[in-house]
Design a protein around this ligand. Sequence first.
Ligand SMILES: *Cc1c(COP(=O)(O)O)cnc(C)c1O
Length: 418
Amino acid sequence: MHDFLFKNGELHCEDVKVSAIAKEVGTPFYLYSHHTLVDHFTKIQKAFATVNPLICFAMKANDNLAVLKTLADHGAGFDIVSVGELKKALKIGADPKKIVFASVGKTEEEIAYALEAGILFFNVESVHELAEINRIAKKMGKKTQAALRINPDIEATTHSHIATGTLKNKFGIDLTSTRKIFKTQKKYSHVKINGLHIHIGSQIITGAPFISAIKRVMEFLEVLKKDKITVEYLDIGGGLGIIYKDEKPQSAQDFADAVLPYLEKINLKIVMEPGRFIVGNAGIFVTKVLYLKDNGLKKFVIVDGGMNDLIRPSLYNAYHEIVPVKTNKSKPVKVDVVGPICESGDFFAKDREIPKMKKNDLLAVMSAGSYGYVMSSNYNVRCRVPEVMVREKKFAITKERETFEDLIRGEHVPAFLK
Ligand SMILES: *Cc1c(COP(=O)(O)O)cnc(C)c1O
């Protein structure tokens, strides 16, 4: 469910016409619904109420400050993967005790910053990293906590670029090594190894892989128990899928019904890291038709947004629904919706039936709230687009469109060329 609906033939975000926003901010732009964000967050919270999890929004999915503030105000913590994300979370007043830090390649600067901030725990991805965190913590006179990210070697049915839970992937620590780390945990004087972490991939639409992974964790906890080792936290990661096309992903409640019996049995403090589920369908990308082209073989609708703004179709061959912002009853035509960038990979849809478009018509690329703006670039010297949030009847630009000056800041022609 989301708040992008047609009323009187016009796409609205909550109570605001998308076309009215386009008129004010220009195109292309990203648009987020405050209500959808809150609704999705609350759905997870309610579904899992019996284990009262700490829900750490995976901010790599969308790091817009207004999005973060909305979620923090409703009790969310944050799953971060860099010091930049940590700084953004702290900027909106996030509680450091609700922040967990994953990443296979945390630098010394990042570890030190997180220690200084006093985050809840590091999700540790290798024994070397654990030793490094301990060394830095000791140097700084700080104590911290770690959850070991285990690689449960579970195949999740999703795109190979976003599957993370098998030993072919770079993520996590294999179970044999994890056990060894626990047995030698005394070595890490400044790090309390106090949890297990799993994250098996993204856009997973059935409960089965999660259950397999959680069962793997349960077996492993039994092994640890024999070693007389206990932990306080189980972080079950993110990965809940959403509807892009005709997927039938589990609702938060279905997911909860499937995994809660296991989580209740495990009886540890539960941390969750949903990203896409919260923000994916809470955002759209709005773009304008520039030109139409028919080369005899194919028809193209050329729009002002490009792969630099929303790369998911080119990167993952991802499907995004595309709808005219004003209801258009003309007979659908099969077209490629493409951007202006000099790459054949610059498309939003191929061979898609959409109503006949004309110059200056607006199109909404749906479900663009996650892994959209955050993956945008300046390729082809294009300015990043604005991000806008709607709350009921109000809207505000939450991040301005970049200017040419932004693009060349810090760029110099060296003296030896002068
Ligand atoms: C990307 C990521 C998430 C969020 O994944 P979604 O599919 O957006 O829910 C959570 N945890 C970790 C460690 C991640 O890398």
